[in-house]
Design a protein around this ligand. Structure first.
Ligand code: SF4
Length: 378
């Protein structure tokens, strides 16, 4: 559920006409006024000018955790996408944190409500519930653990919480699957088929053990009963529109042009790209690999464009290429710009917050169950 608080001072168009220098000054003025009570979180895929004004930079889970563990923070502005702001709201306003603050809620603001995630949108809660019911007609759902990638709506995290399931990130997906297989024979993995498949293949499973569930196919998601009975991981037919753009031919082209180049990709890329890559891992892993590499290392990196360009700028001692001839950037992340940031911050400072993301209590409670299970996985 999204609560957008009505704001009588809403007047966005004038912000759009301001240049970045003026917007930056006004944003800095709000930061100075609110001090450590305000936390601006910048996801790695954000534009440079937004990152430059962020207090913390990281992936979605790191950012939510860092903000939730701060003792000073009283207001969060999340420069990312909708599901990230939901997770921040759940963690920052969980019962023990509310008790510590005497019941005071921390508002979590998403500067532009249109900043969604196409992958998260590929798995709606009604579709997942319908799939669960249909699966129950052919296999025992007590023997399936639902696993949702953190890049999903809070309603899906809550579904996992209610059904003995768990959340994973791209850095702990293998450990989470092991946790699930210690409990049940099968996993239903959503919404990203590529992360589920690439992780499971590395763990020794085969594609034959991973049927893909198409929520738009009413006939068992496009599967035979036998395929589902033989399955280990049922993959949801969803993907990231950004990472889906990287192709095996891009890897071949870089290798023939730059002998010795290292291909480093995110596991949201398709299997054919992951199979060819030298290294594959989460955003945090990609950053660490580049930071630790010898000067002069050549890289072709397959992840979001803003992050790759930032790595290029921050590591001039290395030769970094973007692993695609076409622009692969997250268009919804890109919606967060200085105009939206300034508008949302000035309203926050004026006591008329806009675009507050608040997850309803029941969804938040069950989402937290699935998130806390994830935290216990080592
Ligand atoms: S990069 Fe992909 S998964 Fe991440 S927010 Fe954008 S569309 Fe969603």
């Amino acid at each position: 559920m999204v609560t957008s608080i009505e704001n009588p001072t809403y007047d966005f168009p004038p912000y759009k006409s301001l240049d970045n220098g003026v917007l930056t000054e006004r944003i800095q003025a709000v930061r100075a006024q609110l001090g450590p009570e305000l936390m601006i979180l910048g996801h790695h895929y954000q534009q440079d000018e937004v990152i430059a004004l962020s207090d913390l930079r990281g992936d979605s889970y790191q950012l939510s955790q860092m903000a939730a563990s701060s003792t000073d923070c009283r207001q969060i502005v999340f420069c990312g996408v909708h599901f990230m702001a939901e997770t921040a709201d759940i963690l920052a306003n969980r019962p023990e944190k509310l008790a510590e603050r005497g019941g005071e809620r921390i508002p979590v603001v998403l500067p532009d409500l249109a900043a969604g995630c196409s992958m998260a949108d590929m798995a709606g809660i009604e579709q997942v519930e319908a799939a669960w019911d249909d699966l129950g007609d052919v296999i025992d759902t007590d023997d399936i653990t639902p696993v949702t990638y953190i890049n999903s709506a809070a309603s899906l995290k809550a579904f996992c919480g209610r059904h003995g399931g768990i959340v994973c990130t791209s850095s702990n997906a293998a450990a989470v699957l092991e946790w699930a297989f210690a409990r049940t024979k099968r996993v239903l993995f959503f919404p990203d088929q590529h992360l589920g498949r690439n992780t499971s293949l590395k763990m020794g499973m085969t594609n034959e053990q991973m049927p893909v569930w198409d929520p738009h196919d009413e006939d068992l998601g496009g599967n035979t009963e036998q395929a589902l009975t033989d399955s280990k991981v049922i993959l949801w037919k969803g993907h990231c529109s950004v990472h889906q753009m990287f192709r095996p031919e891009h890897v071949d082209q870089f290798r023939s042009k730059f002998p010795g180049i290292k291909v480093l990709v995110h596991p949201e890329c398709p299997q054919e790209v992951n199979d060819l890559a030298d290294l594959s891992g989460s955003t945090g892993y990609i950053i660490k690999e580049v930071q630790a590499a010898e000067p002069g290392t050549k890289w072709a990196i397959g992840t979001e464009l803003h992050l790759v360009n930032r790595l290029k700028a921050e590591h001039p001692e290395q030769e970094i290429h973007f692993l695609s001839p076409v622009v692969c950037m997250c268009a919804t992340m890109y919606r967060i710009n200085l105009a939206h940031l300034c508008w949302s911050l000035e309203n926050l400072a004026a006591g008329t917050p806009v675009n507050v993301i608040e997850v309803d209590p029941e969804t938040a409670e069950w989402s937290l169950v699935a998130l806390e299970r994830m935290l216990q996985v080592k």
